[in-house]
Ligand binder design. Structure first.
Ligand code: FAD
Length: 311
């Protein structure tokens, strides 16, 4: 959070990259190699999701730990209340801390597989705000905590306003910053940000951006995220839907335009939903001249870190 605050205060641009844990060991190995390559773009942090229902919890932990210690980039791990008890949350936090992870995105979570409706496995963990409180109670200020925000309102919320009140409750419970659900119109985000500020939500709000990479995933994700897709985007993608390369190129151009609009609206950071893919996000970051490779440790400094042999 200190890094985000410093960037926001200096109005310096920054970005973060989100990935989900693959289902197989081979997939995990591939993803770690990809994280290593994409870390050369210079993200402020890497971000690893928690599988719905906690099914892939172990893989989330493995990838997050690998990103933090092997790739060596500051990492945020998602943690949800779905199928969790207070004890299992405490255990996951202990493991994260042991691995040097210092950032958690605290979520209620999506319903477990096979359920339409979300139900609490532990009555003490009904909302993300409960999880934020638990993390603060157990670990004080050790973790930087993010929570989710919804520029179009969360689909289960009574109203957009009620959802803003719930977001404020998460921040008041101890969250340091907000990462938003994806959206396809910069104006929706900018209005949401202003509404948050008017409600006294005074933490950084980082817009979540999904580069459009295929026709099928665009439709699926926009339905899942309950986010309207502007007609001009649907029409443009429909027109080239059988040409994956053309869809991706369109997605890159659109994302670059949207980020420029966000920047013009005073936004500094952007969070990419990469869907574990490399090309589109890399092209966007390059087009915006955001690439900032991490400094290499000088060889003589590395030598100093090697334990001295007893003479
Ligand atoms: P909450 O903030 O608890 O809100 C859930 C609903 O309850 C909202 O409608 C809210 O308005 C309402 N509410 C909150 N407090 C109260 C209250 N006191 N009284 C009445 N109503 C209340 N899902 C995963 O499973 N794994 C992930 O890794 C994951 N990553 C995500 C990352 C981001 C950036 C985002 C935006 C979403 C992510 N999700 C993930 C999806 C998320 O779990 C779902 O959107 C879920 O339905 C809500 O989670 P939340 O943390 O926003 O819930």
């Amino acid at each position: 959070i200190e890094k985000i605050r410093a960037k926001e205060e200096a109005n310096e641009k920054y970005f973060s990259l989100e990935f989900f844990p693959p289902r197989t060991d081979a997939g995990c190995a591939n993803l770690l190699a990809r994280l290593q390559r994409m870390s050369q773009l210079g993200p402020l942090f890497l971000d690893i999701t928690w599988g719905a229902g906690g099914k892939t919890a172990q893989r989330t932990q493995v990838i997050a730990q690998g990103a933090q210690s092997y790739v060596g980039v500051e990492t945020m791990m998602h943690l949800t209340c779905t199928n969790q008890s207070v004890e299992s949350v405490k255990e996951a936090l202990k493991e994260a801390r042991k691995a040097g992870i210092q950032n958690i995105l605290a979520l209620r979570g999506d319903p477990a597989d096979g359920s339409e409706e979300w139900t609490a496995a532990d009555t003490q963990l009904r909302y993300a705000a409960d999880l934020v409180r638990l993390i603060r109670e157990e670990h004080g200020d050790y973790f930087g905590i993010a929570v989710a925000g919804y520029p179009s309102g969360h689909p289960e919320a009574e109203s957009y306003e009620a959802d803003l009140d719930n977001l404020k409750a998460k921040v008041d419970a101890g969250a340091d910053f907000v990462v938003t659900q994806l959206f396809f119109d910069a104006a929706i985000f900018l209005k949401f940000r202003d509404d948050c500020v008017a409600r006294g939500i005074n933490v950084p709000i980082v817009p979540g951006l999904l580069p459009i990479q295929s026709y099928a995933s665009l439709r699926h994700l926009s339905k899942m995220a309950s986010t309207p897709i502007p007609v001009e985007i649907t029409e443009a993608v429909e027109a080239v839907k059988n040409d994956d390369r053309a869809v991706r190129d369109f997605g890159v151009t659109k994302a670059v335009e949207m980020i420029q609009e966000l920047w013009a609206g005073g936004v500094s950071g952007v969070h990419f939903y990469t869907l574990n893919r490399e090309v589109a996000t890399s092209q966007i970051v390059e087009a915006l001249e955001l690439v900032c490779p991490p400094p290499r440790e000088l060889p003589w400094k590395c030598i100093n870190t090697v334990p001295k042999r007893a003479v």
